[in-house]
Design a protein around this ligand. Sequence first.
Ligand SMILES: NC(=O)c1ccc[n+]([C@@H]2O[C@H](COP(=O)([O-])OP(=O)(O)OC[C@H]3O[C@@H](n4cnc5c(N)ncnc54)[C@H](OP(=O)(O)O)[C@@H]3O)[C@@H](O)[C@H]2O)c1
Length: 255
Amino acid sequence: MSIAIITGASSGIGSEFVKQLKNYAFDVDEIWAVARREKLLEELKSKTDIPLRAVALDLTKTESINALEEMLKNEGKEVGVLINCAGYGKFGNYEDIENAEALGMIDLNCRALVGVTNVVIPFMKRDSKILQVCSISSFQPLPLMAVYAASKVFVLNYSRALSVELKPRGITVTALCPGWVDTPFFATATKTKNPKAVTKYTFMQTTERVATQGLKAMKKGRMVSIIGGQNKILYVLNKILPVKIVMNTWLKTQK
Ligand SMILES: NC(=O)c1ccc[n+]([C@@H]2O[C@H](COP(=O)([O-])OP(=O)(O)OC[C@H]3O[C@@H](n4cnc5c(N)ncnc54)[C@H](OP(=O)(O)O)[C@@H]3O)[C@@H](O)[C@H]2O)c1
């Protein structure tokens, strides 16, 4: 038996992964739930039959990544499942978003995701699974969400390439691409100088649906999983339409 590590577990999609993990018969006997808000992580213990350890870490700090690595070394645990779900976005243009927040998105969505993945892989065995929470924003440049969307492009391409690198070891990597999901993401995203920059959230999805599809896709070892028919159509349109048209259409939907 081995452990599952779930980052961003204190809220939204991450906490739903914790709740649903038991339904998919992964070979894990403990969940390490990672985020900054320890109290919320502790509360998750009553939401799953799998023993859960609250691991309070700010993943934007290098020492937190090192601490996670030390914990794994000291415990000598194997990791059967890694779900990188910690992440945030900010709405607005380049001057609406504080530079610290713009850099923070890159630190958490990209740097921390790579850092956690790198320290966990040595503790994985054959048939271990990695799920990287990405977004359909990874399929197109998004004015008013420029840094966030670009950070998810990184996650998508990194995850795809890593899945090829890890194939000989029998470890799968899945990039999960939901559209809008009803979570506290929006409370964070709208705390900018222009809270009304992005206000139309079409085809909002539930955390339950997103977590279910994510866990199923990870179980099957899919490389990329796009959630919802409308998002699959968006994916195809983004592939065939000129990028200027794609960006202008997005901006029109927000007026
Ligand atoms: N909601 C959407 O519309 C949507 C759509 C596509 C993709 N996504 C992606 O889904 C993932 C989860 O987002 P969500 O919608 O569930 O939002 P959420 O409810 O705000 O969850 C974000 C999670 O990230 C954690 N986190 C934030 N900063 C952190 C830090 N410095 N160190 C460690 N953990 C940190 C938060 O925990 P603490 O605050 O306790 O640290 C929380 O658990 C993100 O990667 C997001 O980009 C969301």
